[in-house]
Design a protein around this ligand. Structure first.
Ligand code: SF4
Ligand code: SF4
Ligand code: SF4
Length: 306
């Protein structure tokens, strides 16, 4: 057989490692799922809820530079990005997480959001693993960066110190049905937010229809991956008799028993225009709803003193 010379291999282009944009990382939390959990708050959301307690996680930076002069630590700079474009950079060594820059972003973003590779995050999880029960992917809307999450979950499964940790996802449920399976292979459960059952009210509260959210609830329950439904009760708004009845109807349609977590709307962190028109929800109102849902045979969960 004639042996022909092999053509020299073309150089493999260097690829940048995949990164996720995170608004914040909490090394320990006891309110974002069972036990002690590290929480990754992803930057960017496809809803725009007036009641959002972390509105700085919604917007994405367009590198306008308006925030730069408002950092007392000089942690923010505009550097040369691709081509002629400038890009905002936050120096994690200088940033004190003081949040002074947040009100100065016209896009509702977080100037101090940072990018993480899988290996950077894996090292951080490993360093805390002995004190953790699990990791929660929250936001913003974590599923918008699902490919990075899937890669991190695969890396955790291959890392002895991280393998025992449970992996939970906090989601607004807007993810299309075809994208759930790859995520559900890698996470133990999903905590799904329910904002309103009436579609008109849902649109007013979030800017988006609830059709996909309700479809996600059914899909997740069918896959036995719905850890809990989370209902942020805004008194006098989404707690009418019709809303409660619709929530109970939805719950009865789900294929696996799912607890409902009641959270009361509070003003902390909320944009002023929404806080001015919606009073905080009292614990006594949550008690009433708790009794109604319990009477309907639903397991109710409460957070802290609420
Ligand atoms: S959070 Fe960080 S970047 Fe923002 S003002 Fe404070 S130190 Fe500066
Ligand atoms: S974080 Fe906001 S204010 Fe700062 S550069 Fe980006 S878009 Fe502009
Ligand atoms: S879905 Fe969650 S993170 Fe997104 S805007 Fe609504 S409350 Fe905020």
């Amino acid at each position: 057989m004639e042996i022909t010379a092999l053509a020299p291999l073309a150089p493999v282009p260097k690829q940048k490692p995949a990164t996720a944009l995170l608004s914040k990382v909490l090394d320990f939390s006891c309110v974002d799922g069972p036990g002690s959990r590290m929480v990754l708050f992803f930057q960017g959301c496809n809803m725009d809820c007036g009641s959002c307690h972390n509105p700085q996680t919604i917007g994405l930076c367009n590198h306008c530079g308006d925030c730069v002069s408002h950092c007392p630590q000089d942690a923010l700079t505009l550097v040369r990005g691709s081509g002629q474009r400038k890009a905002l950079r936050c120096d994690p060594a200088l940033c004190q997480q003081c949040d002074d820059c947040l009100p100065h972003c016209p896009r509702g973003g977080n100037p101090a959001a940072l990018r993480f590779t899988h290996s950077q995050m894996l090292a951080r999880i490993s360093a805390n693993a002995l004190l953790l029960d699990g990791v929660t992917f929250s936001g913003g809307e974590a599923t918008l960066q699902r490919r990075w999450i899937q890669g991190l979950c695969d890396a955790m499964a291959l890392t002895p110190s991280c393998r025992p940790l449970t992996r939970l996802l906090d989601s607004n449920g807007l993810l299309a049905a075809e994208h759930w399976p790859a995520l559900l292979q890698r996470v133990d459960g999903v905590m799904l937010d329910i904002k309103a059952l009436d579609n008109g009210l849902h649109r007013r509260l979030t800017g988006r229809s609830n059709h996909q959210v309700l479809a996600s609830a059914r899909l997740l329950a069918e896959a036995n991956k719905l850890e809990e439904l989370r209902w942020l009760v805004i008194a006098g708004c989404n707690d009418t008799d019709a809303e409660v009845a619709a929530l109970i109807r939805l719950h009865r349609q789900l294929q696996s028993p799912v607890p409902i977590r009641l959270n009361g709307f509070q003003h902390h962190g909320v944009r002023p225009e929404f806080a001015e028109t919606h009073p905080p929800t009292l614990a006594s109102r949550l008690d009433q709803l708790d009794a109604q849902l319990t009477q309907a045979g639903i397991e109710v969960r409460r957070t802290g003193i609420q």
